[in-house]
Ligand binder design. Structure first.
Ligand SMILES: Cc1cc2nc3c(=O)[nH]c(=O)nc-3n(C[C@H](O)[C@H](O)[C@H](O)COP(=O)(O)O)c2cc1C
Length: 354
């Protein structure tokens, strides 16, 4: 993995040592259903044995109590929330898929000062993200407060930066009271496991019932996510992404990737109808009205294939073409059936998640 080939010299040795400790702890912790963790007295890689109180920086003893202070705030209809920070979109994709599977609301931790690509350059340890990780007291400001009022379960997602949660996650957990809530951390990374990052956040928060966290690749399958969510005891919604060409529902099978996760996020709150146009005698193409995460590669597409073109257009094939696309899925119909549906003039397609 690029990240690790980028690590050099003593940094690499230090991380290797941390990784060995983490791996031992992860193996010890990973068997069976997730453990419940008390936030108090959690050992962390950074500070050793600490208490929740000791983890809070000096002067940060006051927290909003129970997130219920403002009666004017509306109580959400749902009780599950996925809160995430994502600098480059990978954690966002997983967060969107967890939200879709659990019927949760979604909230993004947005930094007051956005991270530029130079800030995220891990090849230079002096750049912002790396420098923050080297400073355990760094607490990057969050642009807007996220209200947790009315939620009983909070999935908390973040990328791994130098083996830890980004410091902005500490800003978040230290500024909320999670009493009465089940906290379920998850992360994405190049290859590192979640390590001690979930323990550290639990200790820093000082409240809430924290479950053991889990690391995912951006390409985690829906089955793996469902299995993990089941282990947490949260009921997964039996929803599927459905595709209609005109009024005809077609049997679509979807890729497990960040693009489809974002597509689900797009239609989760209501159906999306896309006006398609015939093109090239082999496809229909239409604008999604927004850009999805993309991982374009030269692709030989054939009848039934559904792809993302240029990040913001959906294409469905009834013939074949080779171009740079991100695969979204496939419709299990014959060439003749696809031709009948798509070759007789422009169609509308509708995507529903229910
Ligand atoms: C500053 C920095 C440090 C990183 N450190 C690690 C690391 O220690 N281990 C790892 O596997 N990946 C590491 N990564 C890679 C990210 O964890 C990975 O790309 C993640 O999925 C990005 O999530 P995002 O797109 O939601 O920001 C690092 C990335 C950055 C920017």
């Amino acid at each position: 993995m690029k990240v690790f080939s980028a690590m050099r010299g003593s940094v690499k040795k230090l991380l290797a040592a941390c990784l060995m400790i983490s791996v031992a702890l992860v193996f010890a912790a990973c068997s069976g259903a997730p453990e419940q963790r008390a936030p108090e007295s959690v050992p962390t890689a950074e500070t050793g044995q600490i208490t929740a109180e000791a983890a809070a920086p000096a002067g940060e003893t006051e927290k909003p109590s129970q997130e219920t202070e403002n009666p004017a705030e509306q109580t959400p209809a749902r009780t599950n929330l996925v809160v995430y920070f994502s600098a480059t979109g990978t954690t966002r994709g997983v967060a969107e898929r967890i939200a879709a599977l659990t019927g949760a609301d979604l909230a993004e931790i947005v930094p007051a000062q956005p991270y530029t690509s130079e800030d995220l350059n891990y090849n230079d340890r002096t750049t912002r993200a790396s420098a923050e990780q080297d400073d355990s007291a760094a607490r990057p400001e969050i642009a807007e407060d996220i209200s947790l009022r009315g939620y009983t379960t909070v999935f908390l997602g973040y990328p791994i930066w130098w083996g830890q949660a980004p410091r902005i996650m500490s800003t978040f957990v230290e500024s909320h009271d999670f009493s009465g809530m089940t906290m379920i951390p998850f992360c994405t990374s190049g290859s590192s496991d979640i390590g001690q990052s979930d323990d550290t956040l639990a200790a820093q928060s000082g409240s809430g019932n924290w479950l053991q966290g889990r690391r995912f690749a951006g390409s985690v399958s829906e089955g793996q996510l469902r299995e993990w969510i089941d282990e947490t005891g949260i009921t997964t919604a039996e929803k599927t992404l459905r595709l209609f060409i005109g009024d005809t529902e077609v049997p679509a099978e979807w890729e497990n990737n960040a693009s489809v996760g974002a597509l689900i996020g797009l239609v989760e709150s209501g159906p999306l109808t896309v006006s398609m146009s015939m093109y090239g005698g082999f496809e229909q193409v239409g604008p999604l009205g927004t850009s999805l995460p993309r991982d374009d590669a030269q692709t030989s597409a054939d009848y039934g294939d559904i792809v993302l073109y240029s990040g913001d257009q959906i294409v469905i094939f009834y013939g074949s073409n080779s171009w740079s696309y991100t695969r979204l899925g496939h419709i299990g119909l014959s060439k003749q059936e696809m031709t009948d549906l798509l070759s007789a003039g422009n169609v509308n397609i509708t995507l529903k998640y229910d």
